[in-house]
Design a protein around this ligand. Structure first.
Ligand SMILES: CC(C)(COP(=O)(O)OP(=O)(O)OC[C@H]1O[C@@H](n2cnc3c(N)ncnc32)[C@H](O)[C@@H]1OP(=O)(O)O)[C@@H](O)C(=O)NCCC(=O)NCCS
Length: 155
């Protein structure tokens, strides 16, 4: 995971200082980002961070925010990933893989939850490739139609 210029990346459960740093990293332009910010601001959710460097030089390069939920029909425990975000300068270095390792270990192995779940956009190729490569399967497909759009004759 390192090259000549890159330092090792470590993943850990967040400290209070990490939570503050994470709040500055989450995009506020999206509904997902605003929901994550609400969780982070109120101390909710399990937060894992990926950091590079040490001491004063330590920087946040990625984060994963999740909560424990109950799947209502089956009453099964689910670890729901609200946010998985890697700084653009640190992508394709395995950071997301390490964050997912930590979250999956916590939910599936240490706490024996039935599933880890998340949602992503169907055009997010990076995310689709990432999750497929880790054995995630599509479990539901949700269609929606925006108010005001005319019906189409093609189907
Ligand atoms: C998606 C995202 C989290 C991936 O983070 P990352 O640290 O770069 O991912 P990794 O380096 O761990 O990649 C692991 C694997 O995922 C896939 N992958 C990651 N980025 C990819 C991309 N841009 N295109 C295609 N496949 C990609 C590859 O299979 C990759 O393995 P490889 O590098 O050996 O080919 C990152 O691009 C990101 O933060 N995007 C914006 C936020 C987002 O879309 N989050 C997910 C939505 S829930």
């Amino acid at each position: 995971m390192t090259s000549m210029n890159e330092q090792p990346i470590r993943v850990r459960l967040a400290t209070e200082a990490d939570r503050s740093a994470a709040r500055a990293s989450v995009p506020t332009a999206t509904a997902r980002g605003r929901a994550s910010l609400a969780l982070l601001s109120t101390g909710q959710g399990l937060l894992w961070v990926a950091v590079e460097g040490t001491g004063e030089q330590e920087i946040l390069v990625g984060l994963l925010l999740a909560t424990a939920q109950v799947q209502p029909e089956r009453e099964e425990l689910v670890g729901y990933i609200h946010e998985l975000l890697v700084h653009p300068a640190s992508r394709r270095r395995g950071v997301a893989m390490h964050l997912l390792d930590a979250a999956e270990r916590f939910f599936l192995e240490e706490h024996a939850f039935a599933y880890v779940e998340l949602t992503t956009s169907p055009d997010n190729e990076a995310a689709l490739q990432l999750y497929r490569s880790r054995g995630y399967a599509i479990s539901s497909v949700r269609f929606s139609k925006q108010r005001g759009l005319p019906p189409t004759e093609e189907c």
